[in-house]
Design a binder for this molecule. Structure first.
Ligand SMILES: Nc1ncnc2c1ncn2[C@@H]1O[C@H](COP(=O)(O)OP(=O)(O)OP(=O)(O)O)[C@@H](O)[C@H]1O
Ligand SMILES: Nc1ccn([C@H]2C[C@H](O)[C@@H](COP(=O)(O)O)O2)c(=O)n1
Length: 424
């Protein structure tokens, strides 16, 4: 309880400097700020959230326990939907301090539904008392222009005389998606230690983590720089990575490895169900295990790798932001830099394919897909963000190859690249 109160107080201390963002029906965000004095109108789009029915509410998850916070937020929407009246309309909400790293907090906004406001307030009151959330309600002034945010505080978490009523006012949209503020070592990991740190803290809630961490070779056995070239093949699913990597292995007499490595297969589905922080730490660890295998096998033969760090980073970045490609962190941003402790391949090839042809290949192959792969099909913007993120990663950057010609022509094209870049 003391920790919860401390966490709420620390977020609340800079409450009126925060920017809030709520997703509209179209997926576009409406940004708003707060001020203590009356004056000004609520931002354009805000009254759309009310849907003509009285009060709205928000819950923001505030906790300094990273794992607990991510788990709680990950499960919160389902919990809310099961407790709130049927038909309750929840949308994603964010709050952040402009340009302040790690200041992003997430939650949900409950659109207006005056029919059941007493039940709604009972449910939200329960969350407010027992869980790491800050609950607010929003009501429209009599002039139909001014909106007030009221921060709920129960007796235990009394926020000690701080102002709890604010006026909702328009504010400038940030230059880049606010998720960028919390990306480093939460969505994308830049060192083995950071990824292991998250996984070690999950031991209590995911017992399988102990077995996963045991797959990591000791640093003494991790090996040095391989003698032979290391070629990574990247791309969205069904762009032809498996087909190409197997042909390269056979043509070059190479060893074929993949990330995540085979030894992590028993636990992959388990970690795919976890929130991004834990899931990405698992894939990050997979890259380091594959790197250790590359070092060992790369002393004997050339190495071909089916997916590596480009995939881990590109999918993570593209999932953390929503909206168009322009929402991605800017080209050259630190989020695209290669981790300094991870083996750098000699060449990274990105296979690209027209979306219709990719769909056709997926249909013909007819295998089950991960949630992220299904999202690639449904969501054109997500697909564009993943492809763009791939291209922005540096050190090494990827070389794009059009994968639409026949499998043999793609192979010849990539062999030419390998011969030019790796002197094979
Ligand atoms: N150049 C090509 N032309 C036509 N079909 C191809 C070509 N390359 C691969 N295919 C076919 O497309 C389908 C997907 O290819 P493949 O399994 O190699 O893709 P992938 O990138 O490894 O997919 P995933 O990431 O989902 O494992 C397969 O049925 C394969 O036979
Ligand atoms: N090194 C890797 C490999 C894969 N992923 C994630 C990204 C996608 O969600 C999914 C695709 O993998 P596939 O089905 O083609 O095996 O796995 C990653 O993050 N890092």
């Amino acid at each position: 309880m003391a920790r919860r109160l401390k966490d709420l107080k620390s977020v609340f201390a800079q409450w009126s400097s925060r920017v809030f963002s709520v997703e509209l029906e179209t997926g576009a965000p409406v940004y708003f700020g707060l001020q203590e004095n009356r004056g000004g109108k609520a931002p354009l789009g805000f009254s759309e959230l009310q849907q003509g029915h009285g009060k709205c509410y928000s819950l923001l998850v505030c906790s300094s326990d990273r794992i607990g916070r991510e788990k709680f937020y990950w499960e919160l929407k389902d919990k809310l939907l099961s407790d709130l009246p049927p038909g309750s309309d929840l949308t994603n909400m964010l709050s952040f301090l402009p340009d302040v790293k790690n200041s992003l907090i997430r939650g949900y906004f409950l659109k207006g539904n005056s029919d059941d406001s007493s039940l709604i307030e009972r449910v939200l009151g329960h969350f407010e008392q027992h869980d790491p959330v800050l609950v607010c309600s929003y009501s429209e002034g009599e002039d139909n222009q001014q909106w007030t945010q009221h921060v709920w505080t129960n007796t235990e978490s009394n926020l000690m005389g701080m102002t709890k009523e604010f006026y909702v006012v328009p504010t400038a949209a940030p230059t880049y998606h606010p998720s960028t503020l919390n990306m480093i070592n939460s969505d994308v990991f830049y060192s083995l230690d950071e990824a292991c740190d998250v996984l070690k803290k999950c031991g209590d809630i995911i017992p399988e983590t102990t077995s996963v961490l045991r797959m990591l070779p000791s640093r003494a056995n991790a090996g040095g720089k391989p003698d032979f070239p290391v070629v990574v093949i990247e791309g969205l699913d069904a762009t032809g990575k498996t087909t190409l990597t197997e042909s390269l292995r056979d043509t070059l007499g190479a060893t074929l490895l993949r990330s995540p490595p085979q030894c992590l297969s028993p636990w992959r589905a388990r970690f795919d169900q976890e929130p991004p922080l834990i899931r990405r730490a698992f894939y990050a660890l997979g890259n380091y295990i594959t790197a250790a295998q590359i070092c060992q096998e790369g002393m004997k033969a050339p190495i071909i790798v089916d997916r590596f760090w480009h995939s881990t980073a590109a999918y993570a970045i593209a999932t953390a932001v929503s909206g168009p490609v322009t929402d991605l962190p800017q080209d050259g941003s630190e989020v695209y830099r290669w981790p300094s402790d991870l083996l750098q391949p000699s060449l990274v090839v990105l296979l690209t394919l027209d979306p219709e042809e990719r769909k056709r290949r997926l249909r013909d192959r007819g295998q089950t897909k991960t949630d992220e792969e299904q999202e690639l099909d449904r969501n054109q913007l997500f697909r564009l963000r993943v492809e763009d993120a791939y291209r922005r990663i540096s050190g090494p950057a990827c070389v794009t190859v059009d994968a639409s010609p026949s499998a043999d022509l793609v192979l010849q094209q990539v062999l030419l690249l390998i011969r030019a870049k790796c002197h094979l």
